[in-house]
Write a protein that binds this ligand. Structure first.
Ligand code: MN
Length: 357
C-alpha cells in the first residue's frame, strides 16, 4: 500500500475578518481564495492521490459567487480525487453550495449524518466519512467499524479533544476501534501533529489561514503518506501572513522601544503590540498611524501606567516623606544607588510589585 494525500481543514472561506479595516478584510478574503490555488498546486506537485477537506470549508451558509467559482475551478485543476466532509459552519443541506450539480467530476461529498463509504479499487482503498447536516452533530464515529478488507481512511469534522462536545465528539476508544489506517479530522484550529490511538493514526491540520489573534503562528496543511509501515505526516505552512502578539516595555521613547523589539520583516504580518511598564502619557492613535506602514495590520494596546515623580513626597510628614528625604539628602554620594533604593522603598510602601531595576 502507498497512498499519498493532502489533508486540509477549516479554510473558513469568506470569513468576515471583523478585526481588520474593511479594505484589508476584503484582501484577506481574496487571499483565502488564493490559498485554494496553493493547496491544489501542492497537491498536484506532491502527486497526491487524494485531497481531503475535513469540514468548515466555508465560514457560513452565504458564500460569494466568486468564491464558489474559484473553488470549483481550482478543484477541477486538481489531479487527485477530492473528498469533502461538511462541518458545523458549512453543514450539508439542500440549500448548501454542496447540493449544486455543477461540481467537477473528481469532487465527492459526504451528505449524511451517518458513516458512508466509497470504494476506491484503483487505490485499493476505502474512504469513509459523514457530514454535519446542522450546526451540531452527535458522535458520528460511535460504534463504527470499517467493514471491508481494504486499507481505510476516515474523513470527519469533529472534536477529538472534548468527549462532551456537541460537534461530533470523538473519543480515543472510537478511534482505536474504528479500524481505519488514518482518520483525517477537522474542527480544532491549531494543528495536532500526528497522533495514534492503538493502530489508528489520526490528525487535524488546524485552520489553513490565521483569522485572528487566537490563531497566531504558522498555518497550513498536512501531506501524508500511508504505507504498510504506517503513516507519515508533513506540515506545509501556506499562509504568508501570521498573527503575532508582541509585548514591549514602553520606556522613555515608546516608538523607539517598539522599533528595537521588532524583527526585520513585518510588512506581511498582523501584529498586536502591547506596551507595558511606566511611560509618559501615550498617544496610541498617532503612534499606530506612524508605525502602520510597516505592517499588514497593527493594533497597539496601551497597558502602561504613569511614572511617578520619585521624590515628589519628600519632606511630607509621613513615613514615605521622611524615608525619601533621608535618601534625597545623601543621593550625591551615589545617585543611581539612592534612586534605586527610593524606587524599591516606594514600591514596598505602595504594596506594588518590586520593579525590575
Ligand atoms: Mn472551524
Amino acid at each position: 500500500m502507498r497512498i499519498k494525500f493532502l489533508h486540509a481543514a477549516d479554510l473558513h472561506l469568506d470569513s468576515p475578518f471583523a478585526a481588520l479595516p474593511p479594505e484589508q478584510a476584503a484582501r484577506r478574503r481574496r487571499e483565502q481564495r488564493e490559498l485554494l490555488g496553493q493547496i491544489v498546486e501542492l497537491c498536484n506537485g506532491e502527486q497526491c492521490d487524494l485531497l481531503l477537506l475535513a469540514g468548515d470549508l466555508f465560514d457560513g451558509a452565504t458564500v460569494y459567487p466568486d468564491t464558489l467559482e474559484v473553488l470549483q475551478r481550482q478543484l477541477a485543476r486538481c489531479r487527485a480525487l477530492v473528498f469533502i466532509s461538511p462541518g458545523n459552519h458549512d453543514p450539508y443541506g439542500p440549500d448548501s453550495p454542496y447540493a449544486r450539480n455543477d461540481w467537477p467530476k473528481n469532487v465527492h461529498f459526504f451528505t449524511e449524518p451517518s458513516m458512508q463509504g466509497f470504494q476506491l479499487p484503483h487505490l485499493d482503498l476505502e474512504l469513509w466519512g459523514a457530514a454535519f447536516t446542522g450546526p451540531s452533530a452527535p458522535s458520528l464515529l460511535d460504534g463504527f467499524r470499517v467493514t471491508g478488507e481494504r486499507p481505510a481512511i476516515v474523513l470527519l469534522h469533529g472534536d477529538a479533544q472534548n468527549a462532551a462536545s456537541p460537534y461530533n465528539a470523538i473519543t480515543t476508544t472510537q478511534l482505536e476501534q474504528c479500524g481505519a489506517d488514518y482518520v483525517a479530522l477537522g474542527h480544532i484550529h491549531a494543528p495536532s501533529g500526528l497522533l495514534h490511538a492503538g493502530k489508528t493514526a489520526y490528525a487535524w491540520p488546524g485552520c489553513a489561514m490565521g483569522r485572528g489573534f487566537d490563531e497566531t503562528g504558522p498555518r497550513g496543511v498536512y501531506v501524508g503518506t500511508l504505507t504498510d509501515e504506517g503513516c507519515d505526516l508533513q506540515f506545509h505552512p501556506l499562509d504568508s501572513r501570521r498573527y503575532l502578539i508582541l509585548s514591549v516595555e514602553a520606556g522613555a521613547d515608546p516608538r523607539q522601544s517598539i522599533l528595537d523589539a521588532l524583527p526585520p520583516e513585518t510588512e506581511n504580518d498582523i501584529y498586536r503590540i502591547v506596551l507595558t511598564g511606566p511611560s509618559p502619557r501615550l498617544d496610541v492613535v498617532s503612534l499606530e498611524e506612524s508605525l502602520a506602514p510597516r505592517f499588514f495590520g497593527l493594533t497597539i494596546v496601551d497597558e502602561t501606567y504613569a511614572p511617578q515623580n520619585l521624590w515628589e513626597a519628600r519632606g511630607q510628614d509621613t513615613l514615605r516623606g521622611l524615608f525619601l528625604q533621608a535618601l534625597y539628602e545623601r543621593r550625591a554620594e551615589d545617585r543611581e544607588l539612592y534612586e534605586m533604593a527610593a524606587q524599591l522603598g516606594v514600591a514596598a510602601l505602595d504594596g506594588r510589585e518590586v520593579p525590575e531595576l
